[in-house]
Write a protein that binds this ligand. Structure first.
Ligand SMILES: C[S@@+](CC[C@H](N)C(=O)[O-])C[C@H]1O[C@@H](n2cnc3c(N)ncnc32)[C@H](O)[C@@H]1O
Length: 405
């Protein structure tokens, strides 16, 4: 996901009518699969909806991100997001003593806007770094890969696409923004003290949920491992791919950093007793719903990330937590306020300057805004303890920050 147009502009956006009368090709594929195999775990259903090679939401040729898509991501809000992250990555390079083989690996780059903003910022502000680093994109979707290729033409000399295993032994920074929330999740519920899993079945051509014994003992083990117990009657999502992913990233990295940005919480907040229905959400043309059985393959399906799992699994593989905080703190530490004031001064037209200010403030808004829901986790391997730029408090930053707040 993550942010809807209605969060970003003062305008009510109505979902256009959607023709549900005849099943889509993807719906037919899922119905046939259920008819052949019986009920399938929700994770399998979600995986097919998002990643079916021909009709999956992320695989088909469609505009997903931005005003003409289904949701905004921080990188699609404004280039300032990437410009500030560029400062943090540059500092990482310096911490590693400017290695000649520094790699920035970005997984799940969507349209490629974060990569573009980072590369533009490196080229302008840190030309020696720009000349020595390599930018590698890891992308599951051929459609997104085409979009990235077109957008990054200007930087083709230092950009390449690769498979994760080609990064073995990398020195640098492994980056992702809203990747982990797009991994398929298992849905679980607890009833009478027993953990059960949501499976998807079909009756008369429409999808229905049934509760069954968990498809894997790993689901109960996961909850034990992150130290939470689901409250009776509650539903939650379990992303078994997330800890596997971070362990794999840790193994690839010889020395360096993992920078993960996504919306989510630590386990005790994510699985809190009051969160009765979980966090699964669907996004379509800037409207949200909790119903994944609508618009099969046409809408995004996501769930909040359990950052405890990323921290814990990373530690098991030698990744040490260097920073964990909300996006607001992260961006303020990187000089958001000064950058905002500078951008406003550069804008001559007062109306446009005001619009710019409102747009940029979205990146740091608290109380359910991007600044609070989004978290940033930075882990390091073989780099010791470091004072990262993003961890600076407003007091440590010179400038008129106080005036803005
Ligand atoms: C919500 S989008 C994030 C877009 C982008 N990072 C941004 O800031 O706008 C999720 C991205 O992750 C990609 N993706 C999902 N699973 C992936 C995987 N296992 N490997 C590589 N890319 C993946 C999707 O194709 C898409 O590009």
């Amino acid at each position: 996901m993550a942010f809807l147009l209605s969060n970003l502009i003062d305008e009510i956006v109505m979902a256009p009518p959607f023709d549900q009368s005849s099943p889509s090709q993807l719906e037919t594929i899922l119905l046939e699969q259920i008819s052949a195999e019986g009920p399938i775990p929700f994770s399998k259903f979600m995986e097919t909806c998002l990643y079916h090679p021909a009709y999956g939401y992320y695989m088909a040729n469609r505009q997903r991100i931005g005003r003409d898509g289904d949701f905004f991501t921080s990188s699609s809000v404004h280039a300032l997001f990437g410009q500030l992250i560029a400062k943090q990555i540059h500092q990482m390079w310096e911490i590693l003593e400017r290695p000649a083989n520094f790699v920035i690996a970005e997984q799940g780059a969507g349209t490629g806007h974060l990569a573009l903003d980072l590369l533009n910022a490196f080229e302008t502000d840190f030309p020696d770094f720009y000349d020595s680093m390599q930018y590698c994109l890891i992308e599951i979707s051929v459609d997104n890969r085409c979009r990235q290729t077109q957008l990054l033409l200007k930087h083709q000399g230092c950009v390449r696409w690769c498979q994760r295993n080609e990064l073995a032994g990398m020195v640098g920074c492994y980056l992702s923004n809203e990747l982990v929330d797009a991994f398929p999740v298992h849905l679980v519920e607890k009833h009478n003290g027993q953990l059960q899993e949501v499976f998807v079945t079909a009756t008369d051509g429409s999808f229905q949920e049934v509760l069954k014994e968990p498809s894997s003992a790993e689901l109960a083990q996961y909850l034990n491992w992150v130290g939470v117990e689901l409250v009776d009657g509650n539903r939650a999502e379990i992303n078994l791919s997330a800890p596997l992913w971070i362990r794999d990233v840790a193994n690839l990295l010889q020395r360096g950093f993992v920078l993960t940005i996504d919306y989510g919480y630590l386990a005790h907040e994510l699985f809190a007793p009051w969160r009765t229905g979980g966090t699964l959400m669907c996004y379509f043309q800037h409207t949200s719903s909790e119903n994944p059985y609508l618009r099969i393959g046409e809408q995004d399906i996501t769930a909040h990330v359990d950052f405890s799992a990323l921290i814990k699994a990373g530690e098991e593989r030698g990744l040490h937590q260097l920073f964990y905080g909300d996006q607001c703190k992260f961006l303020l530490g990187l000089g958001f306020v000064d950058a905002l004031l500078k951008a406003q001064v550069e804008e001559q037209d007062p109306h446009r300057a005001q619009a710019l200010r409102l747009t940029l403030k979205n990146l740091i808004l608290p109380d359910g805004g991007m600044g609070e829901i989004f978290k940033v986790l930075i882990q390091g391997k073989g780099v010791g303890h470091q004072d990262l730029l993003c961890a600076r408090s407003l007091r440590e930053l010179a400038g008129p920050a106080g005036a803005f707040m």
